[in-house]
Design a protein around this ligand. Sequence first.
Ligand SMILES: Nc1nc2c(c(=O)[nH]1)N[C@H]1C(S)=C(S)[C@@H](COP(=O)(O)O)O[C@H]1N2
Ligand SMILES: [Mo]
Length: 315
Amino acid sequence: MLIKGKSSILSSEITDRAIFQNRRKIIKAAAGLSIASLLPSTANAEQTKKYAQVPSGPYSANVQVTSIEDATNYTNYYEFSTNKKDSTVLAQPLKTSPWVITVEGEAEKTGKFNLEDILKNNPLEERISRFRCVEAWSMVVPWIGFPLGAMLQQFKPTAKAKFVEFTTLYNPEVMVGQRGKSLDWPYVEALRIDEAMHPLAFMATGMYDEDLPKQNGAPLRLVVPWKYGFKSIKAIVKIRFSETMPATAWNKMAAGEYGFYANVNPDVPHPRWSQSRERILGASIFTPKRKTELFNGYGDQVASLYTDMDLKKYF
Ligand SMILES: Nc1nc2c(c(=O)[nH]1)N[C@H]1C(S)=C(S)[C@@H](COP(=O)(O)O)O[C@H]1N2
Ligand SMILES: [Mo]
């Protein structure tokens, strides 16, 4: 498949990305030559980050990265709270190791798998992706993780596997938001199998060169950069291959507001607000909103998944 680079980026967005990328290059060069001690102290600090040596994957976007403070203190995690600031604190008691993932349904290799073992078969890479919440804010995150499709193939899905469903941990003792009814627990999300196999679909275990913070979905979360954020389910404990379209948490909650596909689309408004523009997370109040792009800017890569589909009907 031909993966084209992104085109519609502001020059101001390039500058910071170049700095971020260059910083990682300097770190890697330094590690190779053992001259780390000659580097300025900030680079030394960066080098101590757990995943500073992880190679950049092929699909990273050349755009300004959101600050780690913004990306980790403005989260959506209803298992803990419907307030975007609370999960930073409330998610910390969650025990994320050891972590077992149950694989079920239409696959040859089903059963229980330790995340540790899954990681042995899936080399880490860095992916810088745009991320767009259905609530019309956007960010750019340097994820650490591995392609979803490569992992799914290891379970040998059968020809009947047309969809793949993901389920979040259910543990109301720790996930205090699950004691209420903000959603029908546990949180479930799903993709059509060809969407799941697309090279842009990603499993994240880290961000900003460190392990995923708990509020961002540790130890394992999905990242589907061309879809609204609610598809990117956190703290995954179950993967199920199925022949029929699974019922998903937000779709069950309000089918008219949250479709199964949830592809980012400026031309299909949410019934209660427009999707044509988005607020850049962390930008000053004087920064104009950004124009939302079809498929969140990844149309060159993913539009072929939806040819002959009416995107207004299958929103
Ligand atoms: N289990 C679970 N996954 C979830 C959510 C949630 O409430 N619970 N919120 C979703 C929504 S609406 C968004 S926008 C993203 C937010 O990811 P972030 O908090 O890491 O930015 O997580 C998604 N994944
Ligand atoms: Mo969201």
